[in-house]
Design a protein around this ligand. Structure first.
Ligand code: ADP
Ligand code: ZN
Length: 704
């Protein structure tokens, strides 16, 4: 059977509720459906799951999904079931009865996807054959590689899969970008010819911000109070710090919980569960928290301490905004943290690599160019444009033409044959007379001393900016030597201009006001339709004992709020609503929307009636406006409405007879123009808008 793009889009909508594919999802899915081995590299939150879940609907047999964590499996199975896709998981914690049910389900192909941990695979041996299994997906595939950051020995045995199922497509998925790990995955899984799909790591919806770490607690309190009801994670370096911060936040009326490896298994499981289910909005955690959490409505991630490398930082902030809605990543930068991290590193194995990585993290924190450019260039991705969604882009430092400086630095790197680290490069540019220079005869180079008029620190600052903009790079695996990039040529030979900034001091943060300090309670969220829908979602999730975001994501609630669907067809048109969700949840959500709309209508009526009451009591317009804390203009519009409805309001009081005549005349000429501006202009800009509006209301009522 030929599967067309239309078929794919139909399944995407009916079963997942989405209208279009993201990034490379479509090509990946087509590749899998063509039964080819596939390697998918996509950032956290990029949308890897659909890549194997959607093809499973077209396959005859089941798709076997290898996943490292039970919590993760459960979450994915809940999510699939909520979308009406039959699926289950198999693990050692299940009773033999439950396990038998799984075997039966496989044998009679009544499920589309089966999740299993690698440890449990041998127990399924009898069922591992082509009759039952149509596709194998290996999630978090980097766990198979000892190069990756969380190697799991049990993943090692997965190489037998290709031998057992030579015709079955194997799909490996991970968010780990580095080349060594990628190659290792292909080799270990014995799928050397897998088609590779490397997606952009850019997560545009996550706003990046770095602040100096003064008064961190107060800054965090303020940050959270601006976002009542939003879920977020604060990452701290130590167990103690998580406890302390959680208790300080509680003192400030914020419901936060601590999470770290020192708690019992049950305590941790409970905290994680509460967070996933929206019962606890804020977690202060060590970085152990978040692995295996797919919660899509995490709205912000704060780093109380500096992370030790950019990989970790990016993975942690990636937990925010999986639903694609605007989200925040705030990092606090302190030198004390840097020093502490250096001490940790000093006692570990590959110290030099780790130090270099920490340096990059520090450079990111100190950057004066678009922070997203820095992050992405770290992952080997060059973007031309500034992102517009980081603190530097939003509040840019002053730039000057640094082309000559850049040329000096890059040509020094070139003349040093890309064999020296930053320190020596700067020494050469500044014409230093030290051993590092003389031992290698660098004083004879053409670029020697061309930058002696600029201080060492400033050169360092400029070169960091050049690295951050992708004009040169640090080779960590080669003693941190500076190397040129594809962009370097543009500056050296292509006449490209380079913008640099002079070093700037971090601005002092405003303190939490006394008033804010005094109020110990969280500001209440407004009564918006979104809030109502959020509460409904929470109630339903409780009843079904699943995570709230599995009912609908925040993005879907936002769209429901904006579109206010009232029929099944309108409801189904919302992104994130598939067939099953329409059937199961549609009624209640549309009911809630209707109630809200009616209440607001009634509310509007009430407000005009309140104005009418005061008017009848003889108050002037200004007095009514004052009492009701509304603008005079609004009171006039209330009175106009009442007047049109035939209430006893004499609008004529507010307008001179002559002015009314002028407006009547204008109306004839302008032939009932619907907007006020033409009237304003026609009347020589002499009659105020408010008067025109009153005049037109009177004329309308009198049908003149
Ligand atoms: P990953 O596994 O790559 O971290 P997920 O598969 O959990 O990411 O997807 C992240 C979020 O994006 C989920 O909430 C998912 O429903 C949503 N998503 C995935 N694909 C699409 C799409 N094509 N359109 C809209 N949302 C999508
Ligand atoms: Zn930016």
């Amino acid at each position: 059977m030929q599967i067309t793009e239309k078929d794919l889009l139909e399944k995407l909508k009916i079963n997942f509720g989405y209208d279009s594919f993201r990034l490379e999802q479509k090509s990946i899915i087509e590749n899998i459906l063509a039964k080819k081995d596939t390697l998918v590299i996509m950032p956290t939150g990029g949308g890897k799951s659909i890549c194997f879940q959607l093809p499973s609907l077209f396959f005859e047999g089941i798709t076997l999904v290898i996943s490292p964590l039970i919590a993760l499996m459960k979450d994915q199975v809940d999510s699939l079931k909520a979308n009406g896709i039959p699926s289950t998981y198999y693990n050692s914690s299940q009773s033999s009865e439950e396990q038998q049910q799984v075997f039966d389900a496989i044998a009679n192909k009544s499920i589309k996807l089966l999740y299993v941990a690698p440890e449990s695979l041998p127990l399924l041996q009898n069922l591992l054959n082509q009759n039952y299994i149509s596709c194998v997906a290996i999630d978090e595939a980097h766990c198979i590689s000892s190069w990756g950051h969380d190697f799991r020995p049990s993943y090692k045995q997965l190489s037998f899969l290709k031998k057992t199922l030579p015709e079955t497509p194997i799909v490996a998925l991970t968010a780990t970008a580095d080349k060594a790990t990628q190659e290792d995955i292909l080799e270990q899984l014995a799928i050397p010819n897998a088609t590779k799909y490397v997606s952009s790591f850019n997560r545009e919806n996550i706003a990046l911000e770095v602040r100096p770490a003064n008064n961190r607690v107060q800054q965090i309190v303020k940050f959270i109070n601006k976002r009542p009801n939003d879920s977020g994670i604060v990452y701290c370096l130590s167990r103690k710090a998580t406890e302390q911060l959680a208790s300080k936040l509680k003192q400030n009326g914020i419901d936060a919980k601590a999470y770290h490896a020192g708690l019992t298994f049950d305590e941790r499981a409970k905290t994680q569960e509460d967070f996933i289910k929206d019962d606890t909005q804020i977690i202060c955690a060590t970085i152990a928290f978040g692995m295996g959490i797919d919660k899509s409505n995490v709205r912000w991630v704060i780093h109380y301490n500096m992370p030790k490398n950019i990989e970790g930082y990016y993975q942690e902030i990636g937990r925010a905004g999986r639903d694609g809605l605007p989200s925040q990543a705030l990092l606090f930068h302190s030198y004390a943290d840097v020093i502490q991290l250096r001490q940790f590193i000093a006692n570990t194995g590959n110290r030099e690599v780790q130090e270099a990585k920490l340096d990059r993290m520090k450079q990111f924190a100190e950057a004066t160019v678009c922070r997203r450019k820095i992050l992405l260039s770290y992952f080997g991705e060059l973007i031309e444009e500034n992102c517009g969604n980081c603190d530097v882009c939003k509040n840019p430092p002053k730039f000057f033409d640094g082309t000559v400086i850049a040329q000096k630095a890059l040509s020094a790197i070139y003349r040093l044959q890309q064999k020296e680290a930053m320190g020596t490069v700067i020494d050469v540019i500044r014409g230093a007379k030290n051993a590092a220079v003389y031992d290698k005869n660098y004083q004879t180079l053409k670029t020697y001393g061309v930058g002696s008029d600029t201080s060492w620190q400033h050169w360092q600052h400029y070169i960091i900016q050049l690295i951050n903009q992708g004009y040169c790079q640090i080779a960590f695996h080669l003693n941190n030597v500076l190397q040129l990039t594809d962009f370097s040529k543009k500056v050296l030979f292509g006449g490209e201009k380079v913008q640099l900034t002079t070093p700037v001091e971090f601005k002092k943060e405003t303190k939490v006001t006394a008033k804010e300090k005094k109020s110990k309670t969280k500001p209440a969220a407004k009564d918006t339709l979104f809030e109502r829908l959020r509460k409904l979602r929470y109630r339903i999730a409780q009843e079904e004992d699943i995570a709230a975001y599995l009912v609908f994501s925040d993005a879907t609630l936002k769209e429901l709020e904006n579109e206010r669907p009232q029929t099944d067809n309108e409801f189904l048109a919302i992104s994130g609503v598939g067939q099953r969700k329409l059937e199961v949840y549609g009624g209640e959500f549309m009911e809630e929307i209707k109630t809200f709309i009616n209440e607001k209508k009634r509310g509007r009526k009430d407000t005009t009636l309140e104005t009418f009451q005061l008017y009848k009591e003889g108050f002037t317009i200004d007095e009514i406006a004052d009492k009701r804390n509304l603008k005079a203009q609004t009171i006039f519009s209330h009175l106009s409405k009442l007047y049109l409805e035939g209430k006893d309001v004499s609008l004529d009081e507010f307008i001179e007879a002559d002015t009314l005549k002028l407006i009547a005349n204008a109306k004839k000429v302008l032939k009932n123009e619907p907007t006020l501006k033409p009237y304003f202009e026609f009347l020589g800009e002499k009659v105020p808008y408010e008067q025109i509006r009153i005049g037109l209301t009177i004329l309308q009522k009198k049908r003149l």
